[in-house]
Design a protein around this ligand. Structure first.
Ligand code: EZ4
Ligand code: CO
Length: 413
């Protein structure tokens, strides 16, 4: 179990076989890291000693069914880490990049989107241009809201245009690489849904006028709206032809999508906090969403996520994998290999990790001309540098909480 904080906190599982082959799995659960580390160390690792590393499906079922307590983010992130480490090992033994074992490449690379944001439209335009210069062909746009002093997902002026820099010296509003603040308590932000709904359509109108009709644009509402507010936003954004609108309502009430879907043709994405095929079942069967946000590391691993994507394909629903910096390069690489192989790939979020993170994980995937590609290295193509990692000790860090500006009551995040 590797728990370090190169740029931000990561929990990484390393499994070593009797013949000395190692596999890595991402066990990072942002803001609740140590619970997964304990689940793995105290409950799963002892069960793995002496098991055949090649029996991936059987081991997955053993850990999932054997616990009795199924699902949930902690359990499923822990099982995912074991699953990915075993796939890494199997692919190394086969001497192939993992996507070959998952069916081989269905595409030359995986379309990725980056995060542009700003406090006003001019800053947003600069941030979009900067991301285009970095090679992005699809861009998520988040904006400050007049009257609110900070909004999650909006970088400060210092880094909104560059999108670079390390977490060292980061301030509470430095979101590009450190959405979770290092402190014993979460930052409290303020929120006003009516102000948000009034402002956002104009931002997309301005962006479309500036950049034209072709550029794929995305937006994340971070679970903050009621179903009828979500329907209104989806409708208001229709003229600007979004690639998707993400996480409009609190994700646990999937019935909300029925109402939203009746009102808008804006494509919908959800699932970054889901962890089971059962979370998606009704959404798929009633065709209420368009993109599946689960990353390998929070979706229980490659084994179950492949099944989720295949199930989604029946309904022409595509992948749209979560890829923030709190998914480690191990998690990104695992999602990337699966993304290369499946037929119904859509897009991946790709926030770039900090130099500290990259130094520790040494990912071999590349990003060029809008596409992320795995290398031809055997396995998932990530190696962990323990020596460098040991310089970065875990520090508690939390995502912000959100209170209504009007009366301070806690709001959905
Ligand atoms: O808030 O990864 O689409 N991306 C996101 C992320 C999540 C964080 C939570 O850990 O919503 O920024
Ligand atoms: Co999101």
């Amino acid at each position: 179990m590797l728990v370090h904080s190169p740029g931000r906190n990561f929990v990484t599982l390393r499994i070593t076989t009797d013949d000395g082959i190692t596999g890595l799995g991402d066990a990072t659960l942002n803001g609740r890291e140590l619970s997964v580390a304990s689940y793995l160390r105290d409950h799963l690792a002892p069960l793995l000693i002496g098991r055949d590393a090649h029996k991936i499906e059987d081991t997955w079922q053993y850990l999932y069914r054997g616990a009795y307590w199924r699902r949930g983010p902690v359990t499923m992130t822990a099982i995912a880490a074991v699953d990915v480490a075993l796939w890494d090992i199997k692919a190394k033994v086969a001497n192939m990049p993992l996507y070959q074992l998952l069916g081989g490449a269905s595409r030359v690379g995986c379309l990725a989107y980056g995060h542009a944001s700003g406090r006003d439209n001019q800053e947003i335009f600069d941030s979009i241009r900067h991301h285009q210069e970095l090679g992005y062909k699809a861009i998520r746009v988040q904006s400050s809201i007049p009257g609110l002093n900070s909004v999650y997902g909006v970088a400060t002026a210092a880094n909104s245009a560059t999108g670079t820099g390390s977490a060292k010296g980061a301030t509470s509003t430095r979101y590009d690489y450190e959405p979770a603040r290092r402190s014993a308590f979460p930052v409290e932000e303020e929120w006003d849904t009516r102000a948000y709904l009034r402002h956002i359509p104009g931002v997309f109108e301005a962006v479309r006028n500036e950049f034209g009709p072709e550029l794929p644009l995305l937006h994340d509402a971070h679970h903050r709206l009621t179903p009828i507010q979500a329907a209104k936003l989806g409708k208001a954004l229709e003229p600007y032809d979004l690639f998707w609108l993400e996480d409009v309502t609190p994700a646990e009430n999937t019935d909300a999508f029925r109402l939203i879907r009746q009102h808008t043709t804006t494509p919908l994405a959800v699932g970054e906090i889901f962890n089971s095929i059962y979370d998606y079942k009704n959404l798929f069967e009633e065709q209420l969403i368009d993109y599946v946000r689960s990353p390998v590391s929070h979706g229980g691993g490659i084994t179950p996520l492949k099944k989720i994507f295949d199930y989604a394909a029946v309904y022409q629903i595509k992948s749209g994998v979560h890829g923030p910096t709190d998914v480690s390069p191990v998690g990104h690489a695992a999602s990337l290999h699966l993304s290369m192989a499946i037929h119904n790939y859509g897009i991946s979020e790709y926030m770039r990790h900090s130099p500290e993170t990259l130094e520790v994980f040494n990912p071999s995937y590349t990003f060029e001309n809008g596409l992320i590609r795995p290398s031809s290295e055997p396995g998932i193509g990530v190696t962990y540098d323990d020596v460098i990692a040991s310089q970065y000790e875990y520090e508690s860090a939390y995502l912000p909480v959100n209170r209504l500006k009007l009366d301070g009551s806690l709001h959905d995040w």
